[in-house]
Design a protein around this ligand. Structure first.
Ligand SMILES: Nc1ncnc2c1ncn2[C@@H]1O[C@H](COP(=O)(O)OP(=O)(O)OP(=O)(O)O)[C@@H](O)[C@H]1O
Ligand SMILES: [Mg+2]
Length: 274
């Protein structure tokens, strides 16, 4: 039986919601569990994930640390002027990239915070799509138009419609489906009216548009302070950091996220890479 890697895509056409941050933490978590992980940066122009992996590689080599690494491939937009040719070129290079990573257990794909053909293509290959969302009605606007008085849903917005289209593309191509997860990121520990209202709208919306919501990461410095060293909170030993209460809570958030994503257990467990 041929082995097909399980594909996790991080997507949201709203910028700065945590796609690259969540990507890197998922990758490290899967690597630390001993899986072979491929990663693709479809946002190669900005290159946040690419640089995170580069920083990790530099760290590993400089300090001779046993840091597991993904097999990482940045994917740039086609430079062809003609749109049809450019899309064909991107399709070919995307297929080649997936093929180059065919021996991986998982592939994690980070996408840009804006619409592009490559990003749509990546969405249509997702087995699991994770959409991080800040607790703000500005971020929610990308998913749905909400009536401000009654907090009722007026209609799905651009990004939801795009995901719906890519679900259809995937069904046509392979008969497969996409498990769509909306992840609330940078949650404050305080209860607020805004938080409750977001919860209410997301609950109603999830049934209507077809996603499930998960609590993601809290607003914590540890999720952003290790970028330059290429480390994450799962590499605290390599960073000689003592665990604070906030670090322990962050680790729990990541562990429970990995649990609730419910990745298939049937994957081949590869020898530890790196
Ligand atoms: N849980 C968190 N706690 C604290 N800071 C966070 C958290 N998640 C993300 N950030 C910070 O928020 C900013 C945006 O995160 P990130 O770059 O991961 O978002 P993105 O969706 O990939 O953005 P873009 O759309 O530009 O690619 C970064 O400065 C990051 O360090
Ligand atoms: Mg990003």
């Amino acid at each position: 039986m041929t082995h097909i890697p399980y594909i996790i895509v991080l997507g949201n056409e709203k910028g700065g919601t945590g796609k690259s941050t969540v990507s890197m933490h998922l990758i490290t978590s899967l690597l630390r569990q001993g899986y072979a992980v491929g990663s693709i940066d479809v946002d190669a122009r900005q290159g946040t994930l690419t640089r995170y992996v580069e920083n990790r590689t530099l760290r590993k080599n400089a300090k001779q640390q046993d840091l597991p690494l993904p097999t990482h491939i940045p994917l740039f937009k086609s430079e062809m002027g003609d749109r049809t040719q450019a899309e064909a070129d991107e399709q070919t290079r995307f297929d080649q990239t997936i093929n180059n990573l065919k021996d991986m257990d998982y592939i994690v794909i980070d996408t840009p915070g804006s619409d592009s053909y490559l990003s749509r293509l990546a969405h249509s290959y997702a087995d699991t799509l994770i959409t991080p969302l800040n607790d703000s009605f500005i971020d929610l606007d990308m998913l749905v138009r909400v009536n401000s008085d009654s907090l009722t849903i007026v209609k799905p917005s651009t990004y939801s419609e795009m995901v719906w289209d890519q679900k259809k593309q995937k069904a046509i191509r392979s008969g497969g489906s996409i498990d769509w997860i909306v992840l609330r990121n940078r949650l404050s520990s305080l209860n607020s009216r805004n938080k409750e209202e977001m919860e209410k709208v997301l609950g109603a919306l999830s049934k209507r548009i077809g996603f499930r919501t998960l609590p993601g990461f809290g607003e914590r410095v540890i999720f952003r302070e290790l970028f330059l060293s290429g480390l994450t909170l799962l590499d605290m030993r390599e960073n000689n950091m003592t665990m604070s209460l906030s670090h322990i809570a962050a680790k729990q958030e990541l562990a429970s996220l990995m649990d609730m994503i419910q990745l298939p257990k049937t994957q081949k467990k590869a020898a530890k890479v790196g």
